[in-house]
Design a protein. Sequence first.
Length: 653
Amino acid sequence: MSNIESVLTEKRVFPPDPAFVAKARFNADQLGALRAEAAQDPAAFWTELARKELGWQTPFTVGLDETDAPNYRWFSDGKLNVSANCIDRHLGERGDQVAIRFEGEKGDVRLLTYKELHAEVCKLANALTALGVTKGDRVVIYLPHSAEAVIAMQACARIGAIHSVVFGGFSAAALRDRIEDTGARLLITADGGHRGGNIVELKKAADEALASGCKTIEKSIVLQRTGHDIAMQAGRDLWWHDVVADQPPHSDPVWVEAEHPLFLLYTSGSTGKPKGIQHSSGGYLLGAMMTARWVFDLQAGDVFWCTADVGWITGHSYVTYGPLANGSTILIYEGAPTVPDAGRFWKICQDHGVTIFYTAPTAIRALMKAGDEWPAQYDLSKLRLLGSVGEPINPEAWMWYHRTIGGEKLPIVDTWWQTETGAIMMSPVPGATPTKPGSCTQPLPGILADVVDEAGNPVTGTEAGGYLVITHPWPSMLRSIWGDNERYIKTYWGQFNNKYYVAGDSTHRDADGYYWIMGRVDDVLNVSGHRLGTMEVESALVSHPRVAEAAVVGRPHEVKGESVFAFVTCKGARPQGDDATALVKELRDHVAKEIGAIAKPDDIRFADNLPKTRSGKIMRRLLRAIAKGEEITQDTSTLENPGIVAQLQGREG
Ligand code: WTA
């Protein structure tokens, strides 16, 4: 746990700007009161909110049910519909308000009011029903970042189908694995999407995935987005515009139990295949909705831009569900931040009057590197709140965001949470919480966090460091791992006897009770804010015919946060010279094919064997030090072949 002994050198504190405080939903006193009230009885706090804030068809009588802990249930005898909560209930008051502002990479813009969104969702929901999809069936969504992705998710929610969105950047093999794990009956995809000036060949990848397995898929609905030529398989593939053509623009929502799974989302863990994180309907929606309102101070007239793709949890909670449940206007941008130039994000903020901008540190660092001349060209005066998510934000990037984009006035909300937590857990509440660059500050009301040592004992003292745990269940928590409840219990609760939810992050808590997330304690990498299991990349490498063994570690990277560094041993002789160069390229492409371009190793080193302990465990700490180019201080005398270190360092042949 050496990374926990961090140097807390960051001492700057930024109180909220008085102009923001004057209009904010919460001031410090109100937040303090809410937090104190919630801490008294978190279950009662959330139960009261669920009653007040969500629309129920059948009101619930049970708040938190702990019978099968740690398989907690919330509001379990109530019935509701998530899509009705996100759309229908706004139709009276703000039916003509824009719900979605979409901009394609090529500049095409489409606006959808709540009424129009309702009609689109109902038509697709009716089409899904006509195709035989019913409550509990799984539907995999593999689309470009688009209004249709939101429509597809909402349509599934409307009929009680369980969606599983697969990020459009994932490969055919990754798509196939996810489809097979969900046992989905239907796939919703597109001919392609626009990204980085290219066409992302989604249909082609989908065809490859379906050809290699996925026996449960009966039909696929294909959105025409790019209009380029693709193959349609008769009897299986149906155009989106055809299936909705004759469907009426209204449909009665299917009422589901609060615990009915709303979606599965696959995420990386330290071992084995990605896990299908299972979220509920009622509890999840409550978490996404309340945190969106508290953290982003959502108010009438806001245009909320969360840049995350719908393929990630951030796109679920803060593009699709949280802001819509609050009746906000969201912005969706299809493409890359640098097309046609590094000013694109700022141009979008200007053109759409974005008021709240929520992105990832990797994007902030890339925009910072591009230079201040880009934001300077655009009118960013509508912006009133900035956010960050996905990895620790380094103080330098925080300060740039604060000064250059925030004009030293706008609050920055650094939000800590996970696919598993469903919603933001720790964050400043703007207008109420003084911020410190690099700290996600404190848990939100109703969330109880702590720092514990290896034995599970709370760490006290003003510079407490250890494992981050959540000590009380919360409504938007994951319910299970799809098809593997044992793994759920073992992964998240096992370490401390089911007493705490173990986040897998190490953290520090300072004298003010502020949390500083230090990184993962397990073998999970964070590359550009995307979670990758080292095991996943290792398995991909080993599936190449020439690879015997592989070990993957993270290396600090200026823009990506971490990059993938792979140590590889080959069958037969160690590749050298041109052969090695060619194989590096081949292996990078191979990983892209197996997982997706995000997992491509930046560095690959070949060695005769990998450094292992006597018990046969790969010495990852040593490999991490080598990847960082650090001096080797560890004892390497136990290595079978001490000369290996020079090879791993790339110093020998
Ligand atoms: C990391 C993304 C520091 C953390 C919402 C966590 C962060 C993992 C922050 C979850 C933050 C996310 N500060 N670290 N503000 N936000 N992380 O599931 O290691 O893709 O465990 O969810 O990202 O990644 P995931």
